[in-house]
Write a protein of this length. Structure first.
Lengths: 318, 248
């Protein structure tokens, strides 16, 4: 459904997307992850035909997004970041306008609008003015608009941003259902959402792909990793210097918490270092009040791939 | 074509939800009402040699309405959509850039023409009050309204282009106002240069002179071509600017 080949997008003074290549298959739900400013929104805008690529080829359903932009746009439902809507319109009026603009036949329009309103939980909100809706409802209107012409591909740029936990759960459930009939490219910062809804994950950083694999395979890999967390009362410099020499230890972070230091790092789960760590702390005569191990999550993978902070963060001392 | 009609209707209804449009309409009708008052006074005093439609379309009041109302109507066209982000949803819908520009222009132009419609009542009142039947030449009336339609089209196209280049409505309004002023005063080149070319250019460009001619009932084809050509030029430029986002 989507073929991106050596996509590059430059803006004056910076490269937003750098030689990006990936594919998304038919009816696949793919999570598109990356820190803010990593090029997710730019890539999605290029896919939706809003921005041109500086180099590379982008195809949707076999059509080049630049040369056959209108054909591509007919097949895409796009929910931009921040969900822009016309505040002066009523929900029904807006959906009728967008359905007509997207070429939904007049005879099908009424039924289709009723369907998407039902699907997005807007069945009783047709007469409400968009400008007076809550953020959650506006997000639903945006989703209903993206779906109104029954597109083959849905591009959703942070569809759950600003929603409360209940609304996030509802949107997640909706995306899960939509994934049975549509191809979905979903950008989000809520990684549990990706674990629950996406079959595949693409992680980008500074415009380049740093991980692309099936979600369950990444999770299996991450389950082989462990995150150790400990709270120690010890001299920070000494702790950081000595731990820095330990092998198989990644993403070391030390944060001050009152008089205590909260220490965390990743390591292979098979090499559970807790006993060794405890003995080392005891041998130094330092105090320890917490030491535990957690299985690696997608969030850990995301942080380890995209976090640029130094391995041992030095907080300003008291 | 369907997308064009859908967008045109949205633009038209958008004006009826906009306080700025109502303020513009009020200002326009107030000023035109004053024009009518002066017109009626002049006719009552029986000042000889004054064309009725000249007073209506050649007066400073006419240009005041154009200079104020047109930027107010056009400033929101693209600038507002760009500011709120709806331009992104509009331009990712399956609709051509030419349709977007054409529909927005058609929407604002329809509203502009609707604004002129009540002024026909002034003429009907004048017709009813006047002992001399008719108090004005029908050809001059038609010419005056054709002139208002043509200058309006050109100025609205300029305003649309200005709105496309910014996300700030105030900047869009000021830019279009400045361009309209520049265009208006280009007709007065004769006051700064007596060169024959300058005089010929001023004669060809002068919107004030065109309106005087139109309101006498003389619809010069050169002026018609000038206004229609200018309108097409600015709309074409706007379409190309919109398309330029696809350029690598």
């Amino acid at each position: 459904m989507i073929t991106v080949s050596h996509l590059t997008k430059t803006f004056p003074g910076r490269v937003a997307v750098n030689d990006l290549s990936f594919e998304v298959g038919h009816r696949e739900v793919v999570g598109f992850l990356g820190p803010n400013g990593s090029g997710k929104t730019t890539t999605m805008r290029i896919l939706a035909g809003y921005l041109p690529a500086s180099a590379g080829v982008v195809k949707v359903a076999g059509f080049d997004v630049t040369r056959h932009s209108l054909e591509v746009r007919k097949r895409i439902g796009y929910l931009p970041e921040n969900c822009p809507l016309y505040p002066d319109m009523r929900v029904d009026e807006y959906l009728r306008f967008r359905a007509a603009l997207k070429g939904v036949p007049r005879t099908r329009r009424k039924d289709r609008i009723a369907e998407v309103k039902e699907l997005c939980g807007l069945a009783d909100s047709g007469r409400r003015i968009i400008g007076q809706l809550s953020k959650g409802y506006r997000q639903r209107v945006g989703l209903a608009e993206a779906l109104v012409h029954d597109p083959e591909l849905l591009i959703l740029d942070e569809p759950t941003i600003g929603l409360d936990p209940n609304q996030i759960r509802q949107v997640r459930q909706l995306i899960h259902e939509l994934g049975r009939r549509h191809t979905i490219l979903l950008s989000t910062h809520i990684l549990s959402e990706v674990e629950a809804t996406c079959r595949r994950v693409l992680i980008i950083k500074q415009g380049r792909i740093v991980a692309a694999d099936a979600t369950d395979r990444l999770l299996r890999h991450m389950k082989g990793m462990a995150r150790i967390t400990a709270e120690i009362k010890a001299p920070r410099d000494l702790l950081a210097a000595e731990l820095g020499t330990w092998p198989d230890l990644a993403d070391l972070a030390i944060e001050a918490e009152g008089e205590w230091l909260r220490l965390s790092f990743h390591c292979p789960r098979a090499q559970d270092p807790r006993t060794r760590l405890f003995e080392w702390i005891a041998s130094r005569g330092w105090l320890l009040r917490d030491l535990h191990l957690e299985a690696g999550t997608l969030e850990d993978l995301f942080v380890s791939l995209t976090n640029d902070t130094p391995a041992a963060r030095r907080e300003p001392g008291p | 074509m369907n997308a064009f009609l859908v967008l045109w209707r949205r633009e038209m209804t958008g004006y009826f939800h906009s306080p700025v449009a109502y303020a513009s309409l009020t200002f326009f009708l107030l000023v035109m009402g004053m024009t009518f008052y002066f017109l009626a006074s002049v006719l009552a005093d029986g000042v000889p040699g004054v064309g009725v439609m000249n007073l209506m379309f050649g007066s400073p009041f006419y240009w005041m309405t154009q200079m104020v109302v047109v930027p107010l109507l056009t400033m929101r066209l693209f600038a507002e959509e760009r500011r709120t982000g709806t331009l992104e949803t509009l331009l990712t819908a399956p609709v051509s850039d030419a349709s977007v520009v054409g529909a927005k222009f058609a929407g604002v132009y329809s509203f502009y023409l609707l604004m002129w419609a009540p002024t026909l009542l002034f003429l009907a009142v004048l017709h009813g009050l006047s002992a001399e039947i008719p108090p004005f030449d029908p050809g001059a009336v038609a010419g005056g309204y054709i002139g208002a339609a043509l200058t309006g089209a050109l100025f609205l196209a300029i305003g649309l282009l200005c709105s496309l280049t910014t996300s700030n409505q105030i900047i869009a309004a000021i830019t279009s106002f400045a361009l309209m002023i520049l265009f208006f005063f280009s007709g007065f080149l004769e006051f700064i240069s007596y060169h024959t070319t300058a005089l010929a250019v001023a004669d060809y460009l002068s919107p004030h002179r065109h309106m005087i001619e139109f309101s006498r009932g003389a619809v010069d084809s050169r002026a018609v071509v000038f206004y229609l050509g200018g309108t097409c030029f600015f709309l074409f430029s706007a379409t190309r600017i919109l398309e330029s986002r696809h350029w690598k």
